[in-house]
Write a protein that binds this ligand. Structure first.
Ligand SMILES: C[S@@+](CC[C@H](N)C(=O)[O-])C[C@H]1O[C@@H](n2cnc3c(N)ncnc32)[C@H](O)[C@@H]1O
Length: 297
């Protein structure tokens, strides 16, 4: 059987949650359940762990442990589901952002340009909008903004124009053929990955969902509770870093009347934690991972 996912920064992230028996924890990106299983091990039959994943496929990885509850939902509805489960406060929350290996390696999902197939890219297959829908229906200017902001592609306007002219777009190779003339041979793979990432972020509304979840997590955490976030690119890492430092996504430091900094967190690691060489050699996909941990004041 193919590997669903190999957890990244497993011990570093779970250590960061400071797990004590009897605690209430949330893994908002359950995936293959690697981090969740480690959390359950440390809870040792006590407390509770709630695992969110918006991809219904992830549920089949759910452990049979009385402390564990799987929630098949987007983590942007964190507060609602905690409320529904009668949870008022939590001791820690882990987010391991983005997609799983399973997504990249499943040729039917359209996340990777290693395979041809429908240009889908939805993590939640019940949601209405596929990647092809985005390319076929969005205005040219919006598409240009997406490739510029989420893909950091300089020729995003020209790319958007070519997309409009190529409509109807259905498959991964349709999209690749539109992009190819814009990329030099040496940079093609990297820029193709940036374009695919941009589209994926839009289809799944990843950055807005992240911000909504972080705000709700702040309200749910007990004083002394921990928030651990693993991100894989700067568009995710920047809002997390700003939020941990200042309590807002822009990173604007706010002070009270006496000049004391007003922030909801204390940083556990000032310097971002990255995988060690041994981990990146074993699992090259972990290379871009960055872990930040904060404690609620
Ligand atoms: C990087 S993987 C997590 C892997 C997991 N830590 C493990 O050890 O197997 C991210 C997972 O989070 C899910 N996910 C991403 N964004 C989500 C969101 N907004 N709401 C719920 N699940 C999300 C994806 O479907 C994917 O399964």
């Amino acid at each position: 059987m193919e590997t669903y996912h190999i957890p990244v920064l497993l011990n570093e992230a779970v250590d960061g949650l400071n797990i004590r028996p009897g605690g209430i924890f949330v893994d908002v990106t359950f995936g293959g359940g690697g981090h969740s299983r480690e959390i359950l091990k440390r809870l040792n039959g006590t407390g509770s762990l709630y695992g969110f994943d918006q991809d219904d496929e992830a549920e089949k990885n759910a452990p049979t442990d009385k402390s564990f509850t799987f929630i098949g939902s987007n983590f942007r509805y964190l507060s609602n589901f905690m409320d529904w489960n009668g949870v008022e406060k939590i001791d820690g929350l882990l987010a391991d952002l983005g997609v799983s290996w399973r997504h990249f390696d499943d040729e039917t999902r359209g996340f990777s340009f290693r395979f041809d197939g429908n240009l889908d890219m939805r993590m939640n297959r019940q949601s209405a909008k596929t990647a092809a829908d985005v390319l076929n229906t969005y205005p040219e200017k919006t598409l240009a903004d997406i490739f510029y902001r989420y893909g950091e592609l300089k020729n995003s306007r020209a790319i958007a124009g070519a997309i409009i002219r190529a409509r109807e777009i259905r498959t991964v190779s349709d999209f690749q053929n539109i992009l190819k003339p814009f990329f030099s041979r040496e940079k093609e793979k990297k820029q193709m990955a940036q374009a695919f990432q941009a589209l994926r972020i839009e289809v799944n509304d990843e950055l807005e969902a992240l911000k909504e979840m972080l705000l709700q997590a702040t309200g749910l955490l007990k004083s002394g509770g921990r928030l651990a976030v693993i991100s894989y690119h700067s568009l995710e890492d920047r809002p997390v870093k700003n939020f941990f430092k200042t309590g807002n996504f822009e990173g604007v430091v706010q002070k009270d009347f006496y000049g004391n900094v007003l922030a909801p967190f204390r940083l556990i690691n000032n310097k971002v934690i990255v995988p060690c060489r041994e981990e990146t050699e074993k699992n090259p996909r972990s290379r871009s991972a960055k872990l930040r941990i904060a404690e609620k004041l």
